[in-house]
Design a protein around this ligand. Sequence first.
Ligand SMILES: Cc1cc2nc3c(=O)[nH]c(=O)nc-3n(C[C@H](O)[C@H](O)[C@H](O)COP(=O)(O)O)c2cc1C
Length: 478
Amino acid sequence: MTKARDLLYQVSEFPPIIQGGMGVAVSNWRLARAVSSAGQMGVVSGTALDSVLIRRLQLGDPGGDMRRALAAFPFPAMAQRLLDTYYVEGGKAPDAPYRQTPMPTAHLSDAQVKLLVAANFCEVFLAKEGHGAPVGINYLEKVQLPTLPSLLGAMLAGVDAVLMGGGIPLSIPGILDRLARWEPVEKRLEVVGSDAHVQQLKPLDLVEGDVPALARPAFLAIVSSDVVAKAMLRRASGVVDGFIVEDHTAGGHNAPPRRAPGSDGQNGSPYGPKDIPNLTNIAALDKPFWLAGGCNTPHSLQGALDAKARGVQVGSAFACCRESALMPHLKEALLRETLSGDIRVITDLRASPTGYPFKLADLGVAPAGPGPLTERRRICDLGYLRTVYVREDGGLGYRCPAEPIEAFLAKGGLREETEGRLCLCNGLLSAIGLGQMRPEGPEPPMVTTGEQMDFVADLVARVGLDYTARDVIRFLQV
Ligand SMILES: Cc1cc2nc3c(=O)[nH]c(=O)nc-3n(C[C@H](O)[C@H](O)[C@H](O)COP(=O)(O)O)c2cc1C
């Protein structure tokens, strides 16, 4: 089989500041490139990149970045087919809906696989342009169906690190080893009612012409406790190169609280002292690690180093900077409402179809369209967070607790599972300006952020509301 190329960077050479992966495409190539260009590590979000790419193409690819990346894709016929299918010169009409791809399943079509490979390639390719610092990509274990082709696409663009949480990604390290040698890979799928299903990818089947050499990226597992970190080291299918230790204040999905069922956490939060990661135990594992969750003030970095971490992973401060893809009015609302003390960030235990807690910012600006978040229309037409289950006829079915209730029940789902669930896929795409157009109006945005926005007052006082990724880095390094 094809020999793997050497890594450009060892994990020991990764910088002290990692900009956390923020989906959907909040940490897009532009933000990751800005962070890496400033000598730290930018991380693109790898979630839903197929939808992101085809929507950018349907907007006419202003600036031509997607077309430049596709021109560099090693398999030109594949890139051309994507352009022929999705590119709209001058952009679609503003009120026209986006054309979508079929939702992901255990058996991805050839076209879906190729789109995923190309989309992940493009995001990493662009993030790596024009500098020599490492770039990572972030995935969630719970978004399981697009993962294999996505990893291949990111590796084709030479991604330096894969960072993964949102579940326990035991199978990924070994998959990276095999992909680096172009060997067939398979991933066991989480299927309700069965543990016998795997998804497969034969990477050589995709190759047009020469087989490019791939390097095995570093693998950093995102964990919330030393227990999970130890489980990763003991049971993962290959080498875990390090950890991001993320606490429950971080933006996006959080680990479930470890409190006893029925008991409350502290001060209205479901979390308590048991949820604080034990850094002494983590340091004893003797792997490089970075701390995440509220590590966004000038003291944070030194604090992390004192705890024997290599540095910090920072999300919210970068989500609100100029280069992030979050819509400008949402960034500004986040910053202004933090400054005025009006910000309300809740740990919603019901919103995410994954069942994991999810941080939601309840911004005064919210949606043109349906009212409060819970009254969003129930829908599932992107399908990244669908649960796979075994149907009565033995085939695989797919259901999302945020889809219309009758449809969910007809697929064997329980009514109580639907309570409070929101369509994160559509809401998060809308927050970056790629929301679907519905007959009743645009899909309303949904904003996630960390609970600790301590950086805002100081940072904004120094550099104003429209600050850059470089400003964040300078601020953290003071
Ligand atoms: C808008 C936003 C989206 C996020 N999305 C993801 C994600 O897709 N995957 C992930 O592993 N972490 C995600 N996170 C967490 C960040 O990568 C990072 O670990 C976290 O924000 C650190 O905490 P901080 O926000 O207090 O700096 C997200 C955070 C934010 C603010």
